[in-house]
Design a protein around this ligand. Structure first.
Ligand code: X90
Length: 278
């Protein structure tokens, strides 16, 4: 059986899943005079601090086809997970890379998954892929199973500022205005088509976390995996984890920090939660 290489863009915020390395194509974050490549060398904390003081225009760009082809690394079997195609060109760029890469050698197969999400939901998908490989499933079987799995996971977010999302046209200025009020957290989810769907505005973090927890239960979280990723807000991640494990002790919760791309959009204090619905 041919070895399968797992690849993702840097929005997934993971470099390994189980015993498998994740090969990453980086997105970029740029201001008028600085450019940050979202790779292992990036000091995410320093970037967030710099951006919080910076008042000019800033934006992001997705990996180009060369970045993707470099991440494919010559492997004959590749599975790629990208950030939602509805907010980024990453999926499209990965598909172009796939066509070029496969044309170069008839033995090569690349399958590109549009996560319709980002961050910790992609991390769950990659973790599941690593397990399916370990179980010895064939490439085609893995693709069938992962598409079913993807339909059973979700993503919730808590954001204290949505300036970067609105300034880059990823949500409307009207939707983002909710999070302009000091102390208000916007709670929402990745919609079925991979866009931001606003659900609640909450005053105070305690209320915001309680609201997230009830949304998780409402969406069907019972005993599954939960992946919480935060931008400089480990305290909130821990509180949400405690809440989940107290009432749903069979859940498996892990916490990690957001990488550069998701930190840019989630901004300081933001939390993204990937979870299994059943
Ligand atoms: O191609 C690019 O430049 C990247 C653009 C990415 C835009 C959106 C990133 C969102 C990051 C914010 C909250 C979670 C939203 C989930 C929606 C599916 C995180």
């Amino acid at each position: 059986m041919k070895e399968i290489r797992l690849v993702a863009d840097s929005s997934a915020d993971v470099r390994s899943a189980g015993d498998h390395e994740i090969f990453v194509a980086p997105l970029k974050i740029s201001t008028k005079d600085m450019s940050f490549t979202d790779d292992e060398a990036l000091d995410v904390g320093a970037m967030v601090d710099h951006l919080s003081k910076y008042k000019g225009r800033s934006g992001t760009s997705c990996p180009n086809t060369e970045d993707w082809i470099a991440a494919f690394g010559g492997a004959e079997r590749v599975i790629v997970c990208t950030i939602t195609s509805n907010l980024s060109g990453s999926y499209n760029s990965a598909c172009l890379a796939k066509a070029e890469y496969e044309a170069g050698d008839p033995e090569r197969r690349v399958y590109v998954i549009d996560s319709l999400s980002t961050g910790p939901e992609c991390a769950l998908i990659l973790r599941k892929l690593s397990e399916l490989i370990d179980e010895g499933l064939e490439y085609e079987e893995i693709i069938d199973v992962i598409n079913e799995y993807k339909a059973s996971t979700g993503l919730l977010f808590m954001l204290k500022s949505m300036n970067n999302l609105a300034n880059n046209g990823r949500v409307s200025h009207l939707a983002a205005s909710v999070a302009k009020v000091i102390g208000i957290s916007a709670i929402g989810k990745a919609s079925d088509v991979g866009t931001l769907e606003m659900l609640h505005k909450c005053l105070g973090e305690a209320r915001a976390l309680a609201t997230m927890f009830s949304e998780l239960k409402e969406a069907g979280l019972r005993c599954g995996r939960v992946s919480i990723a935060h931008c400089q807000n480990e305290a909130a991640a821990n509180k949400l984890s405690d809440m989940i494990l107290k009432e749903l002790p069979d859940c498996e919760v892990e916490i990690h920090t957001l990488g550069g791309l998701c930190s840019f959009y989630a901004e300081r204090g933001g939390l993204l939660v990937g979870f299994e619905k059943r």
